[in-house]
Ligand binder design. Structure first.
Ligand code: KIV
Ligand code: NA
Length: 265
């Protein structure tokens, strides 16, 4: 495999090739995701929800993110692996942000980090980039500030918020970020931002004009079924398939059907 780098993603945008990105949080899943040809893997702080069962992304710690990222890195041969800096690991000051980013790079072997926000985190992004660590931005719906907004509804519908998002996007590109996640914003705004930037935009609930798409793997596989936003396309109903398989196993054990004569020593 030829490894995907941050440069490859920028070249893909230049060549008009859409970028595919998915989350993964562990070795086994990352192995499948990487082998299936996904360009970039996000070790998202959505692990707080999908892996730990928290209601928000806020509780997950830097140590836990590093644990998830390490497993993913051991599995991946081709994809670019980006790791979220979790809530509380970069907001208080730029030095702390850099220390957190360095820990992720050193202790997990990740290829890049992602931070939520624009102007507010400018100095932190700058410092991390100065250390030679690639940074992916994240604008629009930023789940780490959910309590500030109170809802997970579409962002930047109003002119003023849209303008701020555009400014933040330009600022992050200028600083040297290699890509930008745009979460849950109107498709028309995604189009405008994507046209205005040379770095790729990766959308989730942001429409077809993003230079790439990202989804949470559990959602794509249909392992979750309480979460039904309009933007989500399910490619499997793994919840149902797994439930059936596990139910069958329980039944087989109870009926003394498993293990059979060939399945024992
Ligand atoms: O944590 C995550 O999964 C994310 C994506 C939804 C962009 O940040
Ligand atoms: Na995230």
């Amino acid at each position: 495999y030829k490894r995907i780098t941050v440069k490859s993603l920028i070249e893909m945008k230049q060549q008009g090739e859409k970028i595919s990105m998915l989350t993964a949080y562990d070795y086994s899943m990352a192995k499948i995701v990487d082998a299936a040809g996904v360009d970039a893997i996000l070790v998202g702080d959505s692990a707080s929800n999908t892996m730990a069962g928290h209601e928000t992304t806020l509780p997950i710690t830097l140590d836990q993110m590093i644990y998830h990222a390490s497993g993913v890195i051991r599995a991946v041969k081709r994809a670019l692996v980006v790791v979220d800096l979790p809530f509380g690991s970069y907001q208080s000051d730029p030095k702390e942000a850099l220390r957190s980013a360095i820990r992720i790079m050193k202790e997990s072997g990740a290829h890049a980090v992602k931070l939520e926000g624009g102007e507010e985190i400018r100095e932190s992004v700058k410092r991390i980039l100065n250390a030679g660590i690639p940074v992916m931005g994240h604008l629009g719906l930023t789940p780490q500030s959910i309590y500030k907004f109170g809802t997970y509804t579409v962002r930047a519908r109003e002119e003023k918020e849209a303008e701020k998002l555009m400014q933040d996007a330009r600022m992050l590109e200028k600083l040297g970020c290699f890509a930008l996640v745009l979460e849950k914003i109107p498709a028309s705004l995604t189009e405008k931002v994507s046209k205005n930037l040379t770095i790729p935009t990766i959308g989730i609930g942001a429409g077809v004009h993003a230079d790439g798409q990202v989804l949470v793997i559990h959602d794509l596989l249909g392992m979750t079924h309480e979460f039904n936003p309009r933007f989500l396309r399910r490619y499997m109903n793994l919840y149902d398939d797994m439930s059936q398989a596990i139910g069958q196993y329980v039944d087989d054990v109870k009926r003394r059907d498993f293990p059979n004569a060939q399945e024992q020593y």
